[in-house]
Design a protein around this ligand. Structure first.
Ligand SMILES: C[S@@+](CC[C@H](N)C(=O)[O-])C[C@H]1O[C@@H](n2cnc3c(N)ncnc32)[C@H](O)[C@@H]1O
Length: 267
């Protein structure tokens, strides 16, 4: 079984929850549009891997789908289940589970979904293959992954550029692809799936909490960055430079572009 700790450089505990909540605020609207485009509705069977705090599962269930969310983090799943109980959402289940190692009874789903999971895995194509196995013939694999190299400030910020360079080196040193988003459709095609939709969007911010999302993520990834030889003093300089950019409403910050894939398992 592949271990979460191998490659996941962000927090898998309670201290990561506020950042994950912000991630959901930023991306849930596009995810919902994508899943509606995929035909999600009443009676859809929906399974999500790396569901984190479960906001997509809760929304899917609120549309009448039967939703199952898997994650490796007990802390995330506990919070996901708590929010589902509080909102009294029926037809939803959260379970501990590794995407590489999906239980035999998870079969014949209409939609298998993940967001910002595959780029944290050293074998993303194997994970996609495992997800496709959960689908019934004609079922849809839906994935959303970033291309981290597209994060930038305009006018250019050397601090943003330095951290993005450094995080790509972290990915290389761990055998990860933080640019996976742009290769999603190719991977799906090679797995024999029929690609129905491959597209990307990129959020941009002049101000607001959302603007600093990536700075926050890089702070959470500090240990991984230092482990590749980044000097603590450089890291601190970069983060204070990025924070200054985030607070400056004349500077536009482009988040990582997010690539969306919709691919059908052949009949
Ligand atoms: C960046 S978070 C994204 C969470 C959620 N998909 C979202 O977009 O809000 C990645 C999630 O994948 C989970 N994860 C990491 N490796 C995993 C694996 N091998 N199998 C299942 N989940 C995994 C982490 O615990 C974390 O909750």
């Amino acid at each position: 079984m592949k271990q979460l700790a191998d490659n996941y450089i962000l927090s898998s505990g309670h201290d990561g929850h506020d950042r994950l909540r912000l991630l959901c605020e930023i991306h849930d609207p596009s995810t919902r549009r994508l899943l509606l485009h995929a035909g999600l509705g009443p009676s859809t069977s929906f399974v999500e891997f790396g569901c984190g705090l479960g906001s997509v599962c809760r929304w899917a269930a609120s549309q009448g789908a039967r939703a199952v969310g898997f994650d490796l983090s007990e802390a995330h799943l506990g919070e996901a289940a708590r929010m589902a109980r509080e909102a009294a959402i029926p037809q939803i289940e959260f379970r501990i589970g590794n995407v590489y190692d999906i239980e035999a009874q998870i079969r014949d789903f209409d939609v298998a979904y993940c967001r910002f999971l595959l780029s944290h895995l050293s074998e993303p194509v194997e994970a996609m293959r495992a997800m496709a196995r959960c689908l019934k013939p004609g079922g849809l694999l839906v994935c959303e992954e970033p291309d981290v190299l597209t994060i930038a400030a305009e006018p250019r910020s050397e601090n943003y550029a330095a951290v993005v360079d450094a995080i790509i080196r972290v990915a290389d040193s761990r055998g990860l692809d933080y640019r996976l988003g742009r290769r999603l459709a190719l991977h799906a095609q090679r797995l024999g799936l029929e690609v129905l939709h491959a597209d990307a969007y990129q959020r941009h911010f002049f101000k607001g909490r959302e603007k600093g999302y990536w700075t926050w993520s890089f702070i959470e990834a500090k240990e991984a960055l230092l482990s590749t030889g980044v000097r603590p003093a450089d890291f601190d300089d970069w983060i204070s430079g990025m924070t200054a950019v985030d607070l400056d409403e004349r500077v536009l910050v482009a988040h990582a572009s997010v690539h969306q894939l919709l691919a059908r398992k052949r009949l």
